[in-house]
Design a protein around this ligand. Structure first.
Ligand SMILES: [Zn+2]
Length: 79
């Protein structure tokens, strides 16, 4: 296992445990730092994704638009 394969695997399957990947990360500072940065970024994304302001009345507007779209006549095809 080399650094290229390890870091490629980390970015593709970050949560899939593989003994050879784990062993490489344990003895390679560069890959350990890459893994730590990846998981740090992932935690930051999760934290900020939950902190999104939803405008007041958005759910009602979405439901109203969905309801009204069902009432509209279907478009007529023109040749
Ligand atoms: Zn490495």
């Amino acid at each position: 296992m080399n650094c290229h394969e390890t870091q490629r695997w980390l970015y593709v399957q970050p949560h899939a445990a593989r003994p050879d990947i784990t062993a490489h990360i344990a003895q390679c500072v560069a890959c350990r730092r890459a893994a730590e940065a990846l998981f740090r970024n992932e935690r930051e994304i999760e934290r900020t994704a939950l902190d999104v302001h939803v405008p007041e009345g958005l759910a009602a507007r979405v439901l109203l638009r969905h309801h009204m779209s069902k009432k509209l006549p279907k478009p007529v095809a023109h040749d």
